[in-house]
Design a protein around this ligand. Structure first.
Ligand SMILES: C[S@@+](CC[C@H](N)C(=O)[O-])C[C@H]1O[C@@H](n2cnc3c(N)ncnc32)[C@H](O)[C@@H]1O
Length: 349
């Protein structure tokens, strides 16, 4: 699993418990990111639809949510992984941009990433493509030199960056599911009604498109022009890839409009205590959206890795002290009274 800002790793068991206690057979994860929450739903036998605006997240969802592990041609998959692992290194756009102009990866790994990604070009329409690309992205993530976001690289190479890129077989899950790529504000009108919807939007100005620009480029493989020390994509500057959830001006309204359009018996909203919307506003909005009861559950969780290591400027110099390494994650659940009481019982220590 890639390192990801706002990833709900520690909340996954609780979210799974909520889905099971709610009796969900179908679920929707509208901001699926790494897909780890959607994976938990799928693991519990729930037909899950995962949506996200990011291209890399869509490929992760195709791999972990849409692909049925029982129908995969493992011989072909292993043969491709072996072929990719044996390719000669070949320096290209990736090495030049992210290993020489910037220092996100060591050039010996960059040249292998270039070779592997080129290998995948003719396989774009193959059902194994997302799985192989996920394997490559996860392998690259294990040898990067960042604190977990791609706005900056470390001044000194991270110890893991010296390791060799190692492609592994992603841990696929049996069962069917669906991956959708796009803006939640549009997709919400297209997805069918579900038993449980999970909403985990960005709650601040930090844009995933720029925070994970290297994964966007690795997936799109479109060799964009780049700028700045971090060699971000030039299209990160325009409005094209902006999310309404990253602007203080538009966040609350967009989120409330989304809540009003989600068709689900039970709604689960992740909410952190640094968000632009306050708790009362959130509870009111969930009630207004038609959910009979709303209850808050709080969990203390470790913050993203950068909060522990420190704050770095675009040149990788440490410029700030890390904040508290734990924050409170609140989960608001809206639904029928009986469902909420089953969830409370299931979550009771
Ligand atoms: C807090 S993260 C979700 C993390 C996820 N729950 C996990 O555990 O990995 C928010 C996600 O929202 C996505 N996103 C931002 N704006 C979006 C939009 N307008 N529509 C759909 N997804 C969006 C981002 O790409 C990011 O993956």
């Amino acid at each position: 699993m890639i390192k990801y800002l706002g990833s709900k790793r520690n909340l996954v068991p609780a979210l799974g418990t909520i889905a099971t206690a709610a009796g969900a057979h179908t679920a929707l994860d509208l901001f699926s990111g790494t897909t780890r929450v959607a994976q938990e739903f799928k693991r519990r036998g729930i037909f899950t639809t995962a949506c996200d605006l990011a291209s890399y997240s869509y490929q992760l969802a195709r791999t972990y949510i849409e692909t049925d592990a029982d129908t995969v041609d493992y011989d072909a998959l292993r043969a491709h992984l072996l072929a990719m692992s044996s390719l000669d290194s070949k320096e290209g756009y990736f090495t030049e941009t992210f290993c020489r102009q910037a220092r996100f990866f060591q050039p010996h790994n960059g040249a292998r990433i270039d070779a592997c990604r080129e290998y995948l070009v003719p396989l774009t329409d193959d059902p194994l493509f997302p799985i192989l690309l996920t394997s490559l992205m996860e392998a690259a993530d294990r040898v990067d030199s960042t604190t977990g976001i791609q706005m900056a690289y470390l001044k000194k190479w991270a110890p893991r960056s010296y390791n060799q890129l190692e492609l592994r077989l992603p841990k696929l899950l049996p069962g069917k599911g669906q991956a959708l790529h796009g803006d939640a504000l549009n997709l919400v009108n297209q997805v069918p009604a579900v038993d449980l919807a999970y909403l985990d939007p960005p709650y601040n100005q930090h844009r995933y498109f720029t925070n994970y620009h290297i994964w966007e480029t690795l997936v799109r493989w479109d060799s964009p022009e780049t700028y700045g020390v971090a060699r971000k994509r030039v299209d990160a500057r325009g409005d094209q890839h902006r999310s309404a959830f990253n602007s203080k001006r538009t966040m609350a309204q967009s989120f409330f409009s989304l809540l009003g359009r989600v068709r689900a018996k039970t709604i689960v909203v992740s909410y952190n205590d640094e968000a632009w919307i306050n708790e009362d506003e959130m509870i009111n909005a969930i009630s207004k959206a038609g959910f009979a009861r709303v209850k808050k559950f709080s969990f203390s969780q470790r913050r993203y890795v950068g909060a522990k290591i420190g704050i770095y400027d675009p040149r990788g110099n440490k410029v700030g002290k890390p904040g508290a390494d734990r924050n409170i994650e609140n989960v608001f659940v809206g639904g029928e009274k009986a469902t909420l009481s089953k969830i409370s019982t299931a979550l009771a220590p």
